[in-house]
Design a protein around this ligand. Structure first.
Ligand SMILES: Cc1cc2nc3c(=O)[nH]c(=O)nc-3n(C[C@H](O)[C@H](O)[C@H](O)COP(=O)(O)OP(=O)(O)OC[C@H]3O[C@@H](n4cnc5c(N)ncnc54)[C@H](O)[C@@H]3O)c2cc1C
Length: 401
């Protein structure tokens, strides 16, 4: 049975916009375009909608970052998250439990204080919690790992499958054509411009705009137009445990552990950690190394998890740039080809990215919040400095080499 919103009709010969990838990014763009009366959109996915990282992520949402670029983009997104369930008419299970970035060392605590002061200066709502307050917020946490925190109250986590379904059903209701099981294998060219796509089933579909929103496969799609940019496909892994009694209210990003986690309403603990290197692969196999890393670190952070059974362990892939920020917008030398790639925090960022890219496609105007994420920085090397991420800072590693 097809997912609600997925069409059984054959794609037509042409559309205004063709989006490659029915993840949260591609579907958010499609929905926002249709909302603006630009519903002549085809979304193609080689598999089923949400089969990529959009259905495999940690579901966490915040806008309390440390750089102007990230704060501005993700604050737009966070504000959209607050009303997205009502707007889509679908319960996205957005839990406003708060999201705490937790410091364990004096250095990280200083970073939290600096980040909080910066957030305040940009009007991003967040609170600084000293050691006592942070330990009260996280009573089950190992006190040795809690030096302080920055918490954003109106943030938290949402259910990723509901979010994909919400965007999908609403986009389809407004006329967007979503086709599953159709892989894009070529891009049609007219001179330098991209003017459509070719699929594995031999279809040739013309379009004014083609959007690469193919997640971990973004590099392979870029290769179809010989576009090379500093982007790697990387694997991330997560675990979920059997339900345990409620012990954790907010979402947590633990800087010391390169880890992020939350507890669901059913009591399952959901978390993921990073190794201090990029796991460059498109494989979806979980690894023993990361499983061990996650189990060790989370038991260290929450000792009550010792002995709790795992329900699942899985992997997903993203594409990432050296500064871990997305690349969105046009490619000047390839008219008609638009990027929404390099997303490592692309679940929380989707509502804003969808809106800003749809506005660009519909009007040609680039919102100031979108501009810093253009392809130019990957060419000039003027990377965005975002210091509050819990993924490996490849940029720093690269510079240190
Ligand atoms: C373990 C893990 C934890 C994460 N935790 C968080 C988190 O807590 N918060 C957060 O904000 N983000 C998180 N992320 C990142 C987030 O999931 C991604 O940034 C986001 O889902 C990217 O969405 P997307 O639509 O760009 O890509 P995807 O969801 O990967 O979608 C891309 C789609 O493109 C399709 N596709 C690929 N190639 C082709 C082709 N040639 N033709 C047609 N279709 C194609 C794929 O089938 C796929 O469905 C996490 C990711 C992982 C893996």
């Amino acid at each position: 049975m097809a997912l609600p919103g997925v069409s059984r009709d054959e794609p037509r010969a042409g559309y205004d916009t063709v989006i490659i990838g029915a993840g949260v990014q591609g579907l958010a763009i499609a929905y926002e375009l249709a909302k603006r009366g630009h519903g002549d959109v085809l979304v193609l996915d080689r598999s089923w909608p949400g089969s990529g990282a959009s259905g495999r992520n940690g579901e966490l949402i915040r806008s309390a970052f440390s750089s102007r670029e990230w704060c501005d983009l993700f604050e737009l997104s966070r504000r959209k998250w607050l009303t997205l369930s009502q707007e889509l008419g679908v319960n996205l299970l957005f839990n406003r439990t708060g999201y705490a970035v937790v410091a364990s060392t004096e250095e990280q605590w200083q970073q939290c204080r600096d980040d909080w002061a910066f957030q305040e200066s940009r009007g991003i709502p967040s609170e600084l919690l000293d050691q006592q307050q942070a330990r009260r917020l996280l009573p089950a946490a190992n006190p040795d790992l809690v030096r302080g925190a920055v918490i954003q109250q109106e943030a938290g986590f949402a259910h990723h499958d509901s979010v994909v379904a919400g965007y999908l059903e609403n986009a389809a209701r407004m006329g967007v054509h979503v086709v599953a099981g159709e892989r894009v294998t070529g891009l049609l060219r007219a001179g330098d411009a991209v003017v459509g796509v070719e699929t594995a089933r031999g279809r040739r579909i013309r379009a004014r705009i083609v959007v690469n929103a193919s997640g971990g496969d973004a590099l392979a799609v870029n290769e179809l137009v010989d576009l090379s940019m500093p982007l790697v496909a990387a694997r991330l892994e997560m675990i979920v445990t059997q339900p345990v009694r409620p012990f954790l209210t907010p979402g947590v990003a633990a800087l010391e552990l390169l880890g992020y986690c939350h507890q669901t309403g059913r009591g399952e603990f959901v978390g993921g950690t990073e190794l201090p290197r990029v796991d460059a692969t498109t494989s979806l196999n979980g690894t023993w190394t990361v499983l061990q890393d996650m189990a060790t670190k989370f038991v260290r952070l929450f000792p009550l998890l010792a002995g709790v059974r795992l329900l699942r362990h899985w992997a997903g892939t993203v594409s990432q740039t050296p500064d871990l920020a997305p690349v969105m917008g046009p490619v000047p030398e390839i008219p008609g080809y638009l990027l929404s790639v390099g997303w490592v925090y692309g679940f929380m960022g989707a509502p804003a990215a969808g809106q800003l890219l749809a506005e660009y496609i519909a009007t040609g105007e680039t919102d100031p919040r979108l501009r810093p994420f253009g392809i130019e920085r990957t060419r000039s090397g003027e990377w965005i400095r975002e210091g509050s991420l819990v993924v490996d800072a490849e940029l720093e590693a690269e510079e240190a080499r």
